[in-house]
Every structure is written in structure tokens, then in C-alpha cells.
Design a protein around this ligand. Structure first.
Ligand code: PEP
Length: 252
């Protein structure tokens, strides 16, 4: 049975004190919430990862990274390697977020290298992808999604998908308050699963968790998560408030 997952992407928010405070509040809020078969992930910024890893000890929360560089080490000023993440106890990394693609020029080819580097260092990957509004308006959204998956992931062996979580995030829904409808999410998630089944097999397609991301809030989470191919969410803005994030966790 695939796991239900709620992941909070904190982006470039929260100082060290704010990080510790938010984790403390979150631990308090989720106490007593049934999390069997479910995972709760949070992605603080790089400098706060290690203190966050310490803070979540003895809780069900997992600390994950927002990004990493594809090279093992070397002259890449300002970058962080897979080794550096595993060394401080991080086991999962987000790769391919639309903000990385848009503002930092991360292409499918670069993302394929990042995925390979993460997996070969035993990091689990939350792989983000999604179409822009103009793609959807033109009716090209399925084509765009298929190309993104093909270019960055479909060189992998079926077995690698055990360590991949997919996050479908339509760019037009991220941080805009304009969420995809539950039916639009389900339609795309079913399509993604069918692509994996076609390329690999039914077992791989059935086992992979596919999260939806894009303006998920306490008031729409339940409806979106009720869809059979939506296995949870990647949450931006609403993950910065312990009460809102917990309400979303409760909705899976
Ligand atoms: C995100 O950045 O991955 C995201 C889904 O953001 P928001 O929930 O704020 O739309």
C-alpha cells in the first residue's frame, strides 16, 4: 500500500529561532493525530536543517532538504551536495521545484543529473513537476507533464521508483490561491500513474505516492485528498502555520 504524505516546503522563510518555534508548535499540534501509514515532512532552508533534524527527534516529523547540487563536491560556490545532506541526517530531498526551474534555470537535463546524484547517495527524492498556465490554456498540459517525466526520470530502472515521491504542482496554482480542482488533480494524477504503468509496470505505478501541490489550504485539502490517485500534498504557504499544516495533515 502506498503511503499518504504531507510535505511542507518552507522555502526561504524562518530564521533559526522561528524554525525551532514552528517545529515546537507543530509537534504539539500533531500530538494525538493518528499517523499510521502516513508521513509528515518539513523542508526548512539549508542553514536550519541540522538544528531542525535535532528538534524533530522523538517525533513523527521528518526533515527534508529543498534542493541539492548534482556534483559530488568541488568549485560550486554556494551549493550543497548530497553527501552534506546525508551527513547531517537528512534522508529526503526535493528536486525540480518550479521556483528552481524558473528562477535558477534548472532544466530537465540538470534535474535528471540531480535525481541520479540523490539516488546514488541513498537520498529519497520528492520530484516536482507541473505545467504553466499557458500550457493548460492551450490544452498541452498532458504533453508537458509527459515530457517532464520522460526527460528527468524515465531513464531510471523500475526499482529506483521505490525512492521517489512525485509531486504534481501546476505552476499556475503555486502561491496564487488558485488551486486545481479536485477533479483536475485526479485527472492528472491518474494520467501520471498510467504513464508509469506504460513505461514500467503496474506494480511500480501502484506503489508510487503522487502528491498534489498548489494552494492547498485547510479548507480544500480534504476534497483534493479524497481522490483515489492523490496520495497527499506538497504545501507551501499553509505549512508555515502549525495549525493550518496540522489541519491539512488531518485531512489525509
Ligand atoms: C509549493 O511551493 O510547492 C506550493 C505548493 O506552494 P503553495 O502551497 O503556497 O501554493
Amino acid at each position: 500500500m502506498r503511503k499518504k504524505i504531507v510535505a511542507g516546503n518552507w522555502k526561504m522563510n524562518n530564521t533559526l529561532d522561528e524554525t525551532k518555534k514552528l517545529i515546537k508548535e507543530l509537534k504539539k499540534e500533531i500530538k494525538g493525530v493518528k499517523l499510521k501509514g502516513k508521513r509528515v515532512l518539513i523542508a526548512p532552508t539549508f542553514v536550519n536543517l541540522q538544528p531542525a533534524v535535532k528538534k524533530i527527534k522523538k517525533s513523527k516529523i521528518e526533515v527534508i532538504a529543498q534542493n541539492m547540487h548534482q556534483a559530488k563536491n568541488g568549485a560550486f560556490t554556494g551549493e550543497i551536495s548530497a553527501d552534506m545532506l546525508t551527513d547531517i541526517g537528512v534522508k529526503t530531498v526535493i528536486i525540480g521545484h518550479s521556483e528552481r526551474r524558473e528562477y535558477f534555470g534548472e532544466t530537465d537535463a540538470i534535474l535528471a543529473e540531480k535525481v541520479d546524484a540523490a539516488l546514488s547517495n541513498n537520498l529519497e527524492v520528492v520530484f516536482c513537476f507541473g505545467e504553466k498556465w499557458e500550457d493548460r490554456k492551450a490544452g498541452n498540459h498532458f504533453k508537458v507533464i509527459e515530457a517532464q517525466l520522460k526527460n528527468a526520470l524515465f531513464h531510471l530502472e523500475a526499482g529506483s521508483f521505490k525512492n521517489i515521491i512525485l509531486a504534481y504542482e501546476p505552476v499556475w496554482a503555486i502561491g496564487t490561491g488558485q488551486t486545481a480542482s479536485a477533479d483536475q488533480a485526479q485527472e492528472m494524477h491518474a494520467f501520471i500513474r498510467s504513464l508509469i504503468e506504460k513505461k514500467y509496470n503496474n506494480e511500480t505505478a501502484d506503489a508510487i505516492s503522487i502528491l498534489y501541490g498548489g494552494s492547498v489550504k485547510p479548507n480544500n485539502a480534504e476534497e483534493i485528498f479524497s481522490k483515489p490517485d492523490v496520495d497527499g500534498g506538497l504545501i507551501g504557504g499553509a505549512s508555515l502555520k502549525a495549525k493550518d499544516f496540522t489541519a491539512i495533515i488531518k485531512a489525509i
